[in-house]
Design a protein around this ligand. Structure first.
Ligand SMILES: [Zn+2]
Ligand SMILES: [Zn+2]
Length: 375
């Protein structure tokens, strides 16, 4: 027969937690080894401690009341029939691994954060480094993330005795059912912070603005996210920080339109230049270059400048810069120009051209064809 813990503390079986606590304190003062060092008294002191450990813990108390001995002794015969060796065996039988749950940590991983970063086309093409300001939660330096005011500390919750959960036995038609729920006094943490840190109100973290340098690799595009591990929000209780994602937003370029890693632009040239050929200057990402317009260039034709596009994000190499040509027909002619053109038309036998008809839109088709051929 196991010890009668109620008798040890000298309380009734229906004693409240308050009565149990009071009885224990009175006996502890009386029997404390400092007051009363005699071995017999010390033995008794150990007994009241064990009794209090069981009866002050709602979970252990209920197991004990049901006939188990949470302190490892054999059962007292009733309830579970004494077949269980100890408290955790009983718990395991009912809840499986649930008895391993324990209190939840005050420390949790922080959330990821995201910041949008505007960059220019040339920065996307060649890569760059950027200084950014981020506004995230950081560890509170006043309490080092503990959440307790300086000079104080978190204390074991006296309602759940640090367990983080309390159990309740209810009687149903299936028999007695034990349910556990998070301790209402400590919200399941197992500890309480009597004096929260004044700086962070007990959260263990404060908001702060920081400067960070971000390396932007060559080839990023609109929507590319660069992950900076551990630069996100610090978690509650000074928990590990989440990641920071820098989302790239490419500012539209006045001349070049980006498609993948290729750049596109359109150059408008006069009819005569298209016929005779010319060189037009173009400010590319690599500096001033000359676009060679061959004699006889048609409107809608495109001229690729190889390796003048954006660097491929993976694998190196670069896209192309594709110059689309638009030939402008003069809309106003003075008498001399008109005379010259009529002479030219006569020389070329084009005074009454019949034209060549084809299905569809030639201009559109040639542009599509160029796109397919990568020209
Ligand atoms: Zn603090
Ligand atoms: Zn608690």
């Amino acid at each position: 027969m196991a010890t009668d813990y109620y008798a040890v503390l000298g309380v009734q079986r229906d004693a409240s937690q308050d009565e149990i606590k009071k009885a224990f304190r009175r006996l502890a003062r009386e029997l404390h080894p400092d007051v009363n060092p005699d071995p017999k008294t010390q033995e008794r002191f150990k007994e009241i401690n064990t009794a209090y450990e069981v009866l002050s813990d709602p979970q252990k108390k209920q197991m004990y009341d049901l006939g188990g001995d949470p302190m490892g002794g054999a059962g007292r015969g009733g309830g579970f029939g004494g077949g269980f060796g100890n408290f955790s065996d009983i718990m395991d039988a009912f809840f499986g691994a649930a008895s391993q749950r324990g209190p939840r940590s005050r420390t949790r991983r922080g959330q990821d954060a995201m910041i949008r970063l505007d960059i220019e086309l040339d920065e996307a093409a060649f890569g760059t480094t950027k200084d950014i300001q981020v506004d995230t939660a950081v560890v509170c330096t006043t309490c080092s993330g503990e959440g307790a005011a300086p000079g104080t500390s978190a204390q074991t919750c006296d309602m759940c005795r640090g367990r983080g959960e309390v159990s309740q036995v209810t009687r149903s038609f299936l028999g007695q059912v034990m349910t556990s729920r998070p301790c209402p006094q400590c919200q399941g943490f197992g500890t309480v912070v009597p004096t929260p840190c004044p700086e962070c109100a007990g959260d263990g973290r404060v908001r702060s603005r920081r400067n960070l340098t971000v390396k932007i690799p060559a080839g990023v595009d609109n929507g590319t996210r660069i992950q900076l591990a551990g630069e996100g929000e610090v978690g509650p209780g000074g928990g590990p920080a989440g990641d920071l994602y820098v989302e790239i937003h490419e500012v539209p370029h006045p001349v070049f339109q980006r498609r993948g890693d290729d750049l596109h632009c359109t150059v408008t040239i006069p009819m005569t230049a298209a016929a005779l050929g010319t060189k037009v200057p173009l400010e590319t990402l690599d500096g001033m270059e000359e676009v060679d317009i061959r004699p006889g260039t048609q409107s809608g034709q495109s001229i690729p400048l190889h390796q003048r596009g954006v660097t491929h994000l993976r694998g190196g190499g670069r896209g192309d810069l594709i110059v689309h040509v638009e030939v402008q027909t003069p809309s106003k002619l003075d008498p001399e120009q008109e005379e010259l053109l009529r002479r030219l038309a006569k020389l070329r036998g084009e005074e009454r051209p019949t034209g060549q008809f084809q299905p569809g839109q030639q201009g559109l088709f040639s542009r599509l064809k160029d796109a397919f051929n990568g020209r």
